[in-house]
Write a protein that binds this ligand. Structure first.
Ligand code: GZL
Length: 311
């Protein structure tokens, strides 16, 4: 006897064909351009329909984008939050719509139930790695440091400052004499470094700590235009490991960088697929690796390995 025809119900909602909204900060740095490239590639490979929104580094544009994604009824939202505060209201709306939100590359000050997980590096650790490198590099020589901070109010700017200061705290010969935001951009990094050189005098600056490589690359230009040798007269340590900082290190114009992977979307999509498959919930933090590179490394080879990744 033929049993009544089984009604084939998909056992699980397949990830294929899901619609995902991505609220991206902008393209302020080479690193972020690479993150966007990788995210789009990953979505393509996994068969997602990715709705991409570039906020031009404005939180209100990110909030508008999230509201639009909720109205469209997307299956998940990726958010790279430009600053750490001001997200509760709009993330409550996503939660009420049962749309999982995953944070990419930055953290927020909000109740953990408002996002599924955060895929980020340990940004305090990144600052400590940079500070520890400088402590090693200068020994007991007097070393006044200038600091180019990331975007004001962003989690990397807050945490990378904290970690660096912890690392140099015990070194009486190392102190931060000037600190100002360069908003993670090359252009601002150059402008602010020019003001540091003018106010301090290049001969009174031993090192630059930049919260990302793009600001360091801008500062290198300013240091050269001031007639000084970046990487020698002024040591330079920064974060991201973008291709151009490896070119600078190869030329002896920068000294160290802490690598940040642009592939935050891969782990994010993996946990979404696990959730859609059987309801598995990820931990609240998925930490990406941080690796120190210096001018002693084979920077030509590292540049070649990164130059086509969309930076
Ligand atoms: C850090 C990330 C930072 C990069 C910068 O996780 O948010 O934002 O270090 C980018 O290059 O602007």
């Amino acid at each position: 006897l033929l049993a009544s025809a089984a009604i084939l119900v998909p056992a699980v909602a397949m990830a294929e064909g899901e619609t995902i909204g991505f609220s991206q900060i902008g393209s302020e740095s080479g690193w972020r351009a690479a993150e966007t490239t990788v995210t789009k590639q990953q979505a393509e490979e996994r068969g997602y329909d990715l709705k991409f929104a570039d906020a031009q580094q404005k939180q209100e544009n990110q909030i508008k984008a999230i509201r639009s994604f909720v109205a469209q009824g997307v299956d998940a939202i990726l958010l790279a939050p430009v600053v750490a505060t001001g997200w509760e209201e709009v993330l409550e709306e996503a939660k009420d719509a049962d749309i999982p939100v995953i944070l990419l590359d930055r953290n927020i000050d909000a109740p953990e139930d408002l996002y599924m997980t955060a895929v980020t590096s340990d940004q305090v650790h990144e600052g400590m790695v940079a500070g520890n490198w400088l402590v090693e590099a200068v020994g007991d020589a007097e070393c006044p440091v200038v600091e180019l901070q990331g975007t004001t109010g962003s989690s990397p700017a807050i945490s990378r400052k904290k970690g660096f200061e912890e690392a140099i705290a015990a070194a009486d010969n190392i102190s931060i004499t000037r600190s100002q935001t360069g908003d993670f951009t090359r252009a601002q990094g150059k402008v602010v470094m020019e003001s540091f050189l003018k106010s301090e005098g290049g001969e009174n600056i031993c090192a630059l700590y930049a919260h990302n490589d793009d600001m360091a690359v801008g500062a290198i230009q300013a240091i050269k235009e001031a007639g000084l040798k970046p990487g020698e007269d002024i040591k330079i340590v920064s974060i991201d490991s973008v291709p151009d900082i490896h070119l600078a290190m190869k030329a002896g114009e920068a000294n160290a960088t802490v690598e940040l992977t642009p592939n935050m979307a891969g782990p994010a999509f993996d946990v979404l697929e696990a959730y859609w498959k059987d309801g598995t919930m990820p931990p609240k933090w998925i930490q990406t690796e941080s690796k120190l590179y210096t001018s002693d490394d084979d920077n030509a080879a590292i540049y070649e390995s990164k130059k086509d990744l969309g930076y």
